[in-house]
Design a protein around this ligand. Structure first.
Ligand SMILES: [Zn+2]
Length: 322
């Protein structure tokens, strides 16, 4: 200490005003939004709104709310925010390795929370709809890292074709990579500039999936670049996406169901050499089909489709407080 200078007052370390918990989630059902689905008519205010019946939102639950209802009481906090590494459409499931997210706890009054007990409570509450990995406290800057990493994705789609394409033509598509040009899909053109973008799609696998009311069906697995409009690539949307899967098959095709299987990153590692949270058991499509009477769960998607639309790249809604 310098003579003559007053000693600095002793300070207790202030409890953190915000806590950031990183994990991954799987969304096992269609029709469950990632974040609170505020009513677009009344912006969540509810009062006298005929669109949402005064409820303020269009679904009872979301991934965010299933997590928040278990996390916030344990931290004695009133507000939480959900930050996803991108988002899937409402009618698209998030399976496979899950999607990275950070749940932000605002002004917790408690800090000694047993995160494993908290995770188990979320798993019980979300059973059949939501699964999450362990939750790891991370620094605030991870939010920007997760949100700004342009991540490749792996999708599996159920595709209806008007007539059976030639078997050798399909076989030749396996393992091929396609540079595609996409214009902004018509379904989002009302809120985004109509521009053309270049993206890459890799066809990993195709297999026949029997026949539905609309004709023969295929399951395809693809890897594609961040921001690819997969449903439009499958149909071609009247030439707005080229070359489309329909063009490659030589017959008109339509996406009946879509799931994200991997959000591939690459995401930067956590500090101190810690591993990012991950599911210990990979989710396997063969096991999933064996364990589900209706593995594609398309009816739930139909209900959701009317309300949803592509929200993959939309900014998250304004302060999703609870
Ligand atoms: Zn409303």
């Amino acid at each position: 200490m310098i003579p003559g200078q007053e000693p600095r007052p002793h300070r207790h370390p202030r409890p953190k005003a915000r806590i950031f918990l990183e994990g991954r989630y799987r969304k096992l059902v269609r029709g469950l939004p990632q974040t609170i689905f505020y009513c677009p008519e009344c912006k969540g205010r509810g009062r006298r709104c005929t669109n949402c019946g005064g409820y303020g939102k269009l679904t009872k639950d979301s991934v965010q709310e299933l997590i928040a209802r278990k996390v916030l009481p344990r931290y004695k906090a009133r507000y939480g925010k959900f930050h996803g590494a991108g988002r899937e459409d409402l009618d698209v499931r998030m399976l496979g390795g899950g999607r990275p997210f950070i749940f932000e706890v605002v002004q917790p009054k408690r800090h000694d929370v047993d995160l494993e007990e908290c995770r188990e409570a979320i798993l019980r509450y979300g059973r059949g709809r939501l699964e999450i990995t362990e939750l790891l406290p991370v620094p605030r800057k991870r939010v920007a890292i997760l949100k700004e990493t342009p991540s490749r994705k792996r999708y599996r789609a159920l595709v209806a074709v008007e007539e059976e394409p030639k078997a050798e033509r399909l076989e030749a598509l396996r393992g091929t990579v396609h540079e595609i040009r996409q214009r902004t899909p018509l379904r989002v053109a009302h809120r985004r500039a109509d521009k053309e973008r270049l993206r890459e799609v890799r066809i990993l696998d195709l297999e026949s999936a029997g026949t539905g009311p609309e004709g023969p069906r295929f399951e395809i697995t693809i890897d594609c670049a961040h921001g690819t409009y997969v449903k439009e690539w499958i149909s071609g949307e009247g030439g707005r996406s080229r070359p489309s899967f329909a063009e490659l098959c030589g017959v008109p095709t339509r996406c009946l169901g879509l799931d994200v299987w991997e959000v591939l990153g690459p995401f930067p590692a956590l500090e101190n050499g810690r591993r990012m949270p991950a599911f210990p058991e990979p989710l396997d499509w063969g096991d999933w089909k064996a364990g589900h009477e209706d593995p594609w769960d398309l009816d739930a998607g139909d209900q959701a489709r009317g309300a949803g639309g592509d929200r993959e790249e939309d900014p998250p809604p304004e302060p999703p407080s609870l």
